[in-house]
Design a protein. Structure first.
Length: 94
């Protein structure tokens, strides 16, 4: 198993720099419900995984948590630019 990172406001730039250099990325949306097709879920986080230095690294970006740290609004613009990179992206549950 590779490294797992919960991205904070303090570690966002490091995660951004790492993910902006990868060849492809897997993206998953996290909601506040286990049954998003039945409930009216909110997206509370975005997970991204990529091969970094020969091993898989996972990054979780908390974007709408009620408890714990949520990324500042200006970080969401950076996250948007990561999702717009011209690299293959594999989406799961998105």
């Amino acid at each position: 198993m590779g490294k797992q990172h919960i991205v904070t406001n303090d570690t966002f730039q490091q995660a951004f720099d790492t993910l902006s250099r990868v060849d492809s990325v897997a993206v998953d949306l996290e909601t506040n419900s286990l049954t998003p097709h039945i409930a009216n879920p909110l997206i509370v986080g975005i997970s991204m995984s990529a091969m970094v230095g020969g091993e898989i690294e996972d990054y979780y970006f908390p974007i709408a948590h009620v408890v714990g740290e949520t990324l500042e609004a200006n970080k969401l613009c950076g996250l948007k630019s990561l999702l717009a990179l011209p690299i293959p992206q594999i989406y799961w549950n998105s």
